[in-house]
Design a protein around this ligand. Structure first.
Ligand code: GLA
Length: 382
């Protein structure tokens, strides 16, 4: 059977973990599905609605199957999937390759084929597959491969999103398992320090990014503003500038865009950021080329990322991770465009949509502390 290419661009959606932790139920998931439609998120490209850990009963049922907690999901998972599908969205669920999930619910180890068949019967479209409580004698790549096989045998197209935290050199082998993405970092927190740490670690990993299997830098914290009940994630919050930089970085680095804030209570600024068509187009660029940090001589805290795009243009991100405003300079010869060529670059500001005209030789925007400026650029005659 010829299959469709599972993830031609990085997956986009929402996940319950960052904000809601174990306090999830079908009312929340349904209201989030409605919000994704009403707020224009679905139309902007967000399609997966992912129920993370803590959805199941603490033990398997008498037939050995995973069962949703009836206090949280009284209507069951199939009805929930129907609700989500009726709104043009897809349902994601969480499971784990070990004997327990990270929060202590039943894991899928040695139950992979029954669980995959169960997910298929319910109408699940995406499986986030975690790495806790795994028998030490079995390398995790064997277990990711096993779940991919189980999903292939389930009779339903279900994307496998590996959650492996960047351990065991996962970038070297994950593509061979058939996963559409792999968590390449530790868990994110709602703080600038966490965003900075994850982004810097992944800039070095960009050579492993590419179509079909994406470096997952974890769910976005944009819009959380310090709110939520997850004690691990909710550590204070970020400024609007920092959230803009965070979204711009995930887009430049081609990461899955999986939202983590409460979508039922989006303010207009957050909604506009999460649906920014220019930044989403960079993340979802059909060529899926990785970006490169190019201003090698500059201050290590103030640098430029460049990402070639499918139509011959490129995305340029000017980032300032320091605590004071800085001019972040790009000399166009570093991009391969010497002044003697007679060519310049046209600039469109991806935050405002404004066309800034053609620049020659260099560009050096002033970028605030923890800020980012992103432009779509193309070679042009001045
Ligand atoms: C791990 C993952 C998180 C989340 C929790 C659930 O920590 O990295 O993203 O899924 O497990 O317990």
């Amino acid at each position: 059977m010829k299959r469709e290419f599972r993830a031609p661009t990085p997956p986009m959606g929402w996940n319950s973990w960052n904000t809601f932790y174990d306090q999830i139920d079908e009312g929340l998931v349904r209201a989030t599905a409605d919000a994704m439609v009403e707020q224009g998120l679905r139309d902007a490209g967000y399609e997966y609605l992912i129920v993370d850990d803590c959805w199941a009963l603490k033990e398997r049922d008498t037939r050995g199957n995973l069962a949703p907690d009836p206090a949280k999901f009284p209507g069951g998972m199939a009805a929930l999937a129907d609700y989500v599908h009726a709104r043009g969205l897809k349902l994601g669920l969480y499971a784990c390759c070990g004997v327990r999930t990270c929060a202590g619910y039943p894991g899928s180890f040695e139950h992979e084929f029954e669980d995959a068949a169960q997910f298929a019967r319910w109408g699940v479209d995406y499986l986030k597959y975690d790495n806790c409580y795994r028998p030490e004698s079995i390398p995790s790549q064997a277990l990711y491969r096993r779940m991919r096989m189980a999903l292939d045998c389930s009779g339903r197209e279900i994307a496998l999103a590996a959650c492996q935290w960047g351990t065991e050199d996962v970038h070297r082998w994950i593509r061979s398992t058939g996963a559409v993405s792999y968590r390449s970092t530790v868990d994110i927190q709602d703080s600038w320090a966490s965003i900075e740490r994850i982004a810097l670690s992944q800039i070095e990993n960009q050579c492993y990014a590419g179509p079909g299997c994406y470096n997952d830098m974890d769910m976005l914290v944009v819009g959380m503003n310090g709110r939520g009940v997850n004690p691990e994630t909710c550590v204070g919050g970020c400024t609007p500038e920092e959230y803009r930089t965070h979204f711009a970085l995930w887009a430049m680095l081609g990461a899955p865009l999986i939202l983590g804030c409460d979508l039922r209570a989006l303010d207009e600024e957050t909604r506009a950021l999460l649906t920014n068509p220019h930044l989403i187009a960079i993340d979802q660029d059909p060529a899926c080329r990785s970006c490169q940090r190019i201003s090698v001589y500059a201050n290590p805290d103030a640098f430029v990322l460049a990402k070639p795009l499918w139509d011959g243009s490129c995305a340029l991100g000017f980032f300032n991770f320091s605590d004071v405003a800085a001019n972040v300079t790009l000399n166009f010869w570093e991009l391969g465009l010497p002044a003697a060529s007679g060519w310049g670059l046209s600039f469109v500001d991806c935050f405002s949509g404004e066309a800034l005209g053609v620049k020659r030789e260099f560009f050096a925007p002033t970028v605030p502390a923890h800020g980012g400026r992103v432009y779509r650029c193309a070679p042009a005659r001045p």
